[in-house]
Design a protein around this ligand. Structure first.
Ligand SMILES: *[C@@H]1O[C@H](CO)[C@@H](O)[C@H](O)[C@H]1NC(C)=O
Length: 443
């Protein structure tokens, strides 16, 4: 700019000059200066005077004077830098991928460590084993943190109904209406406030409301999951057995909300407060289908195979199944895992829910199978009595018939209603002959 202005200034000045030769030499000088300046500018600004250089060129030119010696060299340099940049960003992507992989591995390792740490937290500090006879393993697992978001409406009801975060729960549809009436009438007589009917249809819901019985009915709008469509149709149309498969899914919500549930079928007569007879030390505390100490609490059943000679006796472990119609379940991770496993299998297999419940509770881990690690306790079969114990043994025994059970479950007999009435007559109304008309088993 400066050069051009000066040039034009010289031209103007020259335009008003006097002597010719002087003017000529001045013109020659001006041309020479002009050419010189042109060379100088061409040298320093090879890309042109008004062309703005790319930023990368600028920064390089500032640091490295050699680069500006030729435009060819600088563009070569740029290309080199560009390829270096591409290579670097490729390397960068590779590094990022490696970092991501490492982070994932680290997270997995952390989770493993986390599990181990949680175990340590649960078990307490690592300790040396104490002296002989003083060590005791863990059976009472910690409860889960309550999650009200699972079912806020149910959470509200449970807040009112439960006592010490525990309650009796039953599922009922109109097929079991009469039994349900006997069920809650006897609970009321015992004076228990902490029980809830999970109504599977409108009729049961309105029956409970009219009788002032705590009730929860699932709002059809709440049914969002695909599997629940299934659930609704089964709940409305099926009888006792199909309903029993649903309870494992329903129970999960209670446990997630942080409540211990004493799950109860409707064919049960309450005679005392069951909560005064629980140990609460295990994930599952259940009544048994057993009828004596051996069958209820487990025994060594020797299997005889004479052809084996010296080793003809094979020892087996046996226990009569837990009754999945009456059990107390604490809100722990193993408990919820049990419910999930049973519900999952019942959804996939056409199986009896009580058999599945017991298999999941008792079968140990083995190749291709990871067993459940839940703690369990068998209830006293004289206090939490099944109808076989009552009709085969107790009613005929002078001493045993004097004891009052906590509950009687009419699980072994199909004529449930009349036997339930007889149990009430016998234990509540003092009719000593109320049980006499009934045979030991069904005929
Ligand atoms: C059955 O078990 C109970 C409780 O463990 C015990 O008190 C009772 O003596 C046992 N009865 C027999 C016949 O072994």
């Amino acid at each position: 700019m400066i050069g051009i202005r000066r040039e034009s200034g010289l031209m103007k000045k020259d335009g008003g000059g006097g002597v010719q030769s002087l003017r000529r030499s001045r013109i020659a000088a001006a041309i020479f200066v002009g050419i010189l300046l042109g060379c100088v500018f061409a040298f320093f600004y090879p890309d042109g005077f008004f062309v703005s250089s790319p930023p990368i060129h600028h920064s390089v030119a500032n640091s490295d004077s050699e680069v500006i010696t030729s435009s060819c060299e600088s563009s070569e340099r740029i290309n080199m830098l560009k390829s270096e940049f591409v290579a670097a960003s490729e390397k960068n992507a590779e590094l990022k991928r490696q970092i991501r992989e490492l982070t994932e591995k680290l997270q997995l390792a952390e989770q493993g460590k986390d599990n181990a740490q949680k175990e340590v937290l649960v078990l307490g500090e690592q300790k040396k084993a104490g002296p002989f006879g003083t060590v005791k393993g863990l059976r009472t697992n910690p409860t889960v943190v309550p999650d009200e978001s699972v079912n806020p409406r149910l959470a509200k009801i449970l807040e009112k109904v439960a006592i010490n975060r525990e309650l009796i729960v039953t599922l009922a549809n109109s097929n079991v209406k009469e039994m349900l009436e006997m069920w809650f009438t006897n609970i009321k007589r015992v004076g228990l406030p902490n029980y809830l009917v999970y109504a599977l249809d409108e009729e049961i819901a309105s029956l409970c409301e009219s009788r002032n019985v705590p009730v929860y009915q699932r709002d059809p709008d709440e049914v969002k999951r695909e599997t629940d469509k299934n659930f609704e149709s089964v709940a409305r149309t099926e009888g006792n057995h199909a309903v029993s498969g649903l309870k494992f899914r329903i129970l999960r919500e209670f446990l997630q909300l942080g409540y211990s549930v004493l799950l109860s079928d409707v064919d049960i007569i309450y005679l005392q407060n069951p909560f005064e007879h629980l140990y609460r030390d295990s994930d599952v505390e259940s009544m048994t289908d057993g009828h004596n100490n051996m069958t209820a609490y487990g025994y060594n059943d020797v299997f005889d195979e004479p052809s084996m000679g010296w080793a003809r006796y094979a020892h087996t472990m046996r226990i009569w199944v837990y009754n999945s119609g009456f059990f107390y379940i604490r809100p722990t991770i193993p408990s919820i895992e049990l419910l999930d496993r049973v519900a999952g299998r019942l959804a996939r297999e056409n199986a009896w829910d009580q058999a599945v419940f017991n298999e999941e509770l008792f079968f140990p881990s083995h190749p291709c199978y990871e067993g459940l690690h839940a703690s369990r306790r068998t209830m006293d079969y004289y206090l939490f009595m099944n109808s076989k114990v009552l009709f085969k043994t107790v009613r005929k025994d002078a001493k045993l018939s004097q004891l009052k059970p906590v509950i009687v479950h009419v699980n072994y007999h199909p004529d449930k209603l009349p036997r339930m009435e007889a149990v009430v007559d016998y234990y509540v109304n003092g009719k000593k002959d109320a049980l006499d008309p009934f045979p030991d088993g069904s005929q």
